[in-house]
Ligand binder design. Structure first.
Ligand SMILES: *Cc1c(COP(=O)(O)O)cnc(C)c1O
Length: 409
């Protein structure tokens, strides 16, 4: 008997996917914590507040009322109606039920967009620094991410001209995320309009990830690109969700608003993969959108106070340069001035800090502070700190960073 030939275990697709860079540092920080080390975490990509009680109560009531079965795959009528009302109220957008799809988190919504819209070789323009999942999700759909770099000199924002230079006949889509993860940068309405006009002029789709819409600071203005014109509306896929505004990351609930044919294609993909998002989570989502909004503002104010503190404290550290973000709950300081400096782990030989991965490793090992290296966001000069943690933690953590940077030789 001959042995059958060995099959490859993993797909090319799985082999090509990059692991999440936030997970590596989180795993290491958790390992150190379990050894009893005192670690201050700036890694978390989620609000530190609990989900507001009235939202939890709505989900509990739904469970008790027997809402424990399949719902329509693309979401309940009640939640779609709440989303339609929200888009009208907050964003001046008018959509019908067949133009809305609810998924298991905004991340899942974006995944479905890529699966529904990209063919092999289609190019998707992604300004860097970018959210780590965009290029990976494009690649999982056999598309080609085209990175347009932006840095502190333009406030981490890509202009319409930057994007225009990256357009080719293969360009299918542009992804914008304002306010941004990881930089907190916010596009001014004028810049957004220029990019939207460019997309309309060239027949390119625009994916607008608006998950941080509600975490916006003094002097900033939020606008949805789909609201600019009928033509912009046809080409824009608007993504939003509950995780950040309502501190509902674990609920896994997000949505997309788009042309009905795009939504129908996304629904087909969702039908054959996850089916509906969790029934009682959707009931919580209805309450989040239709219920009182005070907690959203309370959290926003807390984030703004922390932002003011962390930006000024980081800028007091020689070698660290930090822009003041207009939204979200991240700062993205430039730390490249310390690259090339050295440190010596106890009982080991000296090491040189060559980039953001080394710097994050240094802070974790030598200062007990977890930050996320910028390399995974397409910006190796920077690191990301989430200030979705208490002011006391922020003060202690930044003091440790200052001390650690001073110790570098
Ligand atoms: C957190 C986040 C999301 C998705 O959040 P979900 O929990 O999947 O709804 C999407 N985009 C960005 C930029 C994010 O930071």
């Amino acid at each position: 008997m001959t042995t059958p030939p060995q099959q490859r275990m993993l797909s090319q697709r799985a082999l090509a996917a990059a692991p999440s860079p936030t997970l590596a540092i989180t795993a290491k920080a958790n390992a150190l914590k379990s050894e009893g080390k005192d670690i201050i975490g700036f890694g978390a990509g989620e609000p530190d507040f609990d989900t507001p009680q009235h939202i939890k109560d709505a989900a509990i009531a739904a469970l008790n009322a027997g809402q424990t079965k399949y719902t329509p795959s693309s979401g309940t009528v009640a939640l779609k109606e709440a989303i339609i009302a929200k888009l009208e109220r907050d964003n001046g957008l008018t959509y019908g039920r067949n133009e809305i799809i609810v998924s298991c988190g905004a991340k899942h919504s974006i995944y479905n967009v890529m699966q529904a819209m990209l063919d092999p070789g289609d190019e998707v323009i992604i300004p860097a620094p970018y959210w780590v999942s965009y290029p990976e999700q494009v690649k999982l759909a056999a598309g080609v991410p085209v990175i347009v770099p932006a840095d502190e000199r333009t406030g981490f924002l890509a202009t319409a001209q930057d994007i225009e230079r990256a357009l080719t006949p293969q360009t299918k889509m542009v992804i914008l995320n304002s306010p941004s993860n990881p930089t907190g940068a916010v596009y001014a309405p004028r810049m957004l309009r220029d990019i939207s006009d460019l997309c309309v002029g060239r027949g390119v789709y625009l994916l607008s990830d608006e998950i941080y819409e509600k975490i916006l600071y003094k002097g900033q203005q939020f606008v949805s690109p789909a609201s600019f014109s009928d033509a912009a509306r046809r080409l824009t896929v608007t993504i939003n969700g509950f995780s950040k505004a309502y501190s509902m990351t674990g609920w896994r609930l997000g949505y997309a608003a788009a042309d009905k044919d795009i939504v129908a294609a996304m629904s087909k993909i969702q039908d054959q993969s996850t089916s509906n998002p969790t029934s009682f989570a959707q009931a919580g989502g209805v309450e989040a959108l239709n219920g009182p909004q005070e907690t959203v503002e309370t959290m926003r104010q807390a984030f703004e106070e922390r932002r003011d503190y962390i930006v000024s404290a980081l800028n007091d550290i020689p070698g660290v340069k930090c822009l003041s973000p207009g939204g979200a709950f991240y700062v993205f300081p430039n730390v490249s001035a310390v690259y090339g400096k050295n440190w010596t782990p106890p009982g080991d030989s000296p090491r040189t800090i060559g980039g953001s991965d080394d710097f994050a490793e240094y802070l974790l090992t030598a200062a007990g502070v977890a930050v996320v290296p910028g390399s995974g966001f397409g910006a190796d000069a920077n690191v990301r700190l989430s200030y979705a943690t208490s002011l006391a933690n922020i003060q202690k953590g930044v003091a440790r960073i200052a001390d650690a940077v001073k110790r570098l030789e």
